[in-house]
Design a protein around this ligand. Structure first.
Ligand code: FES
Ligand code: FES
Length: 161
């Protein structure tokens, strides 16, 4: 076992991990941050998406030890300081961007990464960016709508489903 330390959602954390421990396992099992989900074992679903040093990363594709010293952001760190939903989370709620909710943490983290690099993405750009996030329920339409709304853009142009 090896000691690993990182900053998660602004808090310094550390723990003992094996060389093979994935970042997603460390977050879920050592830190009990179970909002980061595991939906596949093929790196395809995006349910495990977190931010590492500001970049969107599938936490099942990174070893915990590789995140040594990194700044990691998870869905648990997304709410506003007063505990209310942030603008992206609120838009998902307002536009029914979720059904079962399993993919939602990854979708919200992906959306946050997209809006950071492209604050006013087009519908097409949103759909392209979400290529690595699978949703079994919504058909993506309302997720795209929510992200457009979160970016302050008019959603009436996107056809009703
Ligand atoms: S659990 Fe990481 S991509 Fe599916
Ligand atoms: S809301 Fe169920 S998988 Fe996306």
């Amino acid at each position: 076992m090896t000691q690993v330390s990182m900053v998660v959602n602004g808090k310094q954390v550390s723990g003992e991990v094996e060389g093979r421990t994935l970042l997603v396992q460390f977050l879920r099992e050592s830190l009990s941050l179970t909002g980061t989900h595991v939906g596949c074992d093929t790196s395809q679903c995006g349910a495990c998406l977190v931010h590492v040093n500001g970049e969107a990363v599938k936490a099942c594709t990174m070893l915990a030890l590789e995140a040594e010293g990194a700044e990691v952001g998870t869905i648990e760190g997304q709410a506003n300081a007063d505990g209310s939903l942030n603008v992206i989370q609120q838009a998902f709620q307002d536009h029914h961007g979720l059904q079962c909710g399993f993919c939602t943490p990854g979708m919200v983290m992906s959306a946050a990464a997209l809006l950071k690099e492209n604050p006013k993405p087009s519908e097409h750009e949103i759909r392209e960016y979400l290529e690595g996030n699978i949703c079994r329920c919504t058909g993506y339409h309302n997720i795209v709508k929510a992200i457009l709304a979160a970016s302050g853009q008019d959603v009436t142009a996107i056809a009703a489903e």
